[in-house]
Design a protein around this ligand. Structure first.
Ligand SMILES: Nc1nc2c(ncn2[C@@H]2O[C@H](COP(=O)(O)OP(=O)(O)OP(=O)(O)O)[C@@H](O)[C@H]2O)c(=O)[nH]1
Ligand SMILES: [Mg+2]
Length: 266
């Protein structure tokens, strides 16, 4: 089938070493036909992330990359809100999320893209913990913990969930236009909240296997506090699913998630 021009969204925060490697993935000849535009959303990194992206863009002027800087640090969830808004405003039908710290591989999207399977779903979520997934560099505790929480969330949501939030996902833009996600946490819990909401809103979700590695990245997830917060999410969902989706989850509500274009190859 004819490749659709996708928006690729790379959230980036303090990943100066990794983000050029992520951009390098866009040069794959199997990927380029699918690339409408890539936005790197710099969530006000305090290291050389922004300069590293600009250097890469200058060295590859033929690649349609736009570098945005959030007007405030909006967290990973807030960066998704910036990107979802951008996708809708610029007329994209699908947005792919690929974390800027180079743990994933965008080519894992190809099997669902090339056969057109993605067109039948509201979102396709990369899964690190299903048949066909490959995971490298995670501790045993982390793997077991993830399996445990996937099991619990599946039970709570009444649907098989094999990942609560990986760094490679593909969303259809149309269902995002209601901004039902706007009050979801701006933090690393955004995806965990999203998955339960997707289940309640009866959206069509596909999990597909991905490869994921932890080599020179730092994990910012504190396992214990993360675990407790996940249990709280489940409890809240069980208490009332409509209320869960409508709830104000943010510590500091923000009206507009704005960003500034720093550079563009378009
Ligand atoms: N920690 C953090 N990451 C951010 C932020 N804004 C954007 N990001 C990006 O979000 C992605 C995920 O962040 P990580 O710190 O790796 O957190 P995680 O993916 O939940 O944890 P891992 O499974 O260890 O990767 C990275 O690509 C970051 O560059 C932010 O405010 N804090
Ligand atoms: Mg990471």
């Amino acid at each position: 089938m004819k490749p659709e021009k996708l928006l690729v969204f790379i959230p980036a925060y303090n990943c100066e070493k990794q983000v050029p490697r992520v951009l390098e993935q866009l040069l794959d000849p199997k990927i380029t036909p699918w690339l409408g535009e890539c936005i790197v959303v710099n969530n006000r990194a305090t290291d050389g992330t922004e300069a590293a992206v600009q250097r890469w863009m200058a060295a590859h002027p033929q690649v349609p990359v736009t570098l945005l800087r959030n007007d405030e640090n909006y967290g990973l969830g807030g960066s998704h809100k910036v990107a979802f808004g951008y996708a809708a405003a610029h007329g994209y039908a699908h947005v792919a999320v690929l974390h800027g710290d180079d743990q994933g591989d965008i080519r894992d999207l190809l099997p669902i893209l090339e056969k057109g399977a993605y067109l039948r779903y509201d979102c396709c979520l990369g899964s690190r913990f299903m048949k066909g997934s490959r995971i490298k560099g995670y501790s045993m505790l982390r793997v077991v913990g993830n399996y445990g929480f996937n099991w619990l969330f599946s039970l709570v949501a009444g649907k098989a969930i094999t990942d609560l939030g990986s760094g490679l996902n593909l969303y259809a833009v149309e269902p995002l236009k209601t901004e039902y996600y706007k009050k979801f946490p701006d933090t690393l819990y955004f995806n965990d909240c999203m998955i339960l909401a997707l289940c309640h809103l009866k959206q069509k979700v596909l999990f597909f296997p991905i490869s994921w590695r932890e080599e020179d990245q730092v994990s910012n997830n504190k396992l214990t506090s993360f675990g407790i917060s996940l249990l709280k999410l489940c409890a809240e969902y069980l208490r009332g699913r409509d209320a869960f989706v409508a709830k104000e989850w943010r510590a500091k509500p923000i009206e507009d998630y704005t960003s500034t274009v720093v550079a563009s190859n378009l």
